[in-house]
Design a binder for this molecule. Sequence first.
Ligand code: PGA
Length: 254
Amino acid sequence: MIKPLIIANWKSNPDTLGAACRIAEKIEQIAAHNKNVQVVLAPPMLYLAPLVSLLRRTALGAQNLFWTSGAYTGEVSPTQLCHIGVKYSIVGHSERRAHLAESDEMVHKKLHAALAHGMTAILCVGEKERTQGEISERVEEQLQQALKGIKKNQLANMIVAYEPVWAISTTSGAAPDTPDNAFRMAIFLKKILVRRYDRKSAERVRIIYGGSVRATNIVSFLREGTMAGALVGGASLDISEFSKIVQRAANHSR
Ligand code: PGA
């Protein structure tokens, strides 16, 4: 069985490096006690380098990356991230799409760059509004646009995070998706991948869920193995909650 993947997305938190180190050390202990879960920590960019030496079992992920090096003020290149040992990168998070005008084209370039550098890319897709029964076309569009030019031999390093915006804990009125709908979406995304590539290649892509994941609901999303893990925002800064999420994922995968 492939290890479930639990990714902590700290967003722009916490405010100090000291606090980041304290939480990261605890996350490292959690990861060391639950070796059958792959824990990934995606802290703010400027904490990546100082956290490298604190983490062994926990992989480091960037919350974003740029598609190249050079004259791009304020950006961080894939080469720089790889050089310090960052193995994963989130690409196309809905907050970047919404607040930083990240377009499908930019997301595509970032996905391409991450994979070309041998990183594991966590591509986020998800609709803004909760739909009653119907699957939003936007989700397929986000996936198809991002995949332009991506070869099937690159898919093993790709994770798709289905993260409906309405389920993200900071969206007003947020509520987690139902496990049934998340499964339906995982199957929908897999089918797109099968159509675009082939079944064998599509199976290599892990689909994970994000949006108000808590200790109380993690197992329902992992049930039957349809979701390979979770992208955890708010709860990843609450160490007792995050610890329970990882433990429950570990118990589930035994
Ligand atoms: P949340 O955030 O777990 O706080 O809902 C998830 C995310 O935005 O990645």
